[in-house]
Design a binder for this molecule. Sequence first.
Ligand code: HEC
Length: 222
Amino acid sequence: MSAAGAQRPRADAENPADVERLHRAIAREPLDPLEGRERAPWWVWATVAAALFWGGFYLGRYAPSFGTATHEAFAMRPGEAPPPAADAPEPGAAAPADGAQVYAQRCQSCHQANGEGMPPSFPPLVGSRWVTGAPEIPVRVVLAGLQGPIEVRGTTYQGAMPAWGPLLSDAEIAAVVSHVRALPGNGAPPVDAALVARLRGEGRTAPWTAAELEAATAGAAP
Ligand code: HEC
């Protein structure tokens, strides 16, 4: 029997293997990564972080608000009855209309409180020839909506303005159009509910395009 053998007895029935020593050696070995479960490389995390950051920035910059009022008018399909809006009287109802209040509820989320809009998504109502020109134009835009390219103050907008005809009374549309025509810097005369009633009577429900609006309002192109 050698000296080393005496110091460290071999494993046998009387001396079971030194379990701790055996495992220490195994624990020193780095594990082989499992097939398909390797760590994601750093650039994956960097890309995810960048995408989240950009998404948050985009929403903050372009999403007008998370209010539902913005989407009500889009929720209807042509020819469908409007959903009963808790805060909107029946179209045509002779409700006293407050243009500033209608504006705050129905327009502000996109066109902003000061009417400056949010280029390049939502056009300004201040300094817009569409607002201050012939009164038929803003009334028609509010009644049936507007889509396709338009140009306002040198910027081209390619958006969709919802139709408010089914949701707002003649008096409310007259009040809100008068309100935007009177915004500081616009100073255009008010419109009355009779004009709204007449244009509503034309029965147009599809959103206008710029060319159609100009044709319909011949001689008073914006
Ligand atoms: C969902 C967002 C949204 C809401 C709410 C909204 N608009 Fe618009 N509006 C637009 C967009 C987008 C355009 C541009 C449409 C296009 O590119 O053809 C527009 C265009 C217009 C225009 C013609 C262009 C201009 O800048 O002069 C007028 C007038 C207008 N809106 C008035 C109103 C009024 C009044 C209300 C409230 C009753 C209202 N809008 C509510 C999105 C909205």
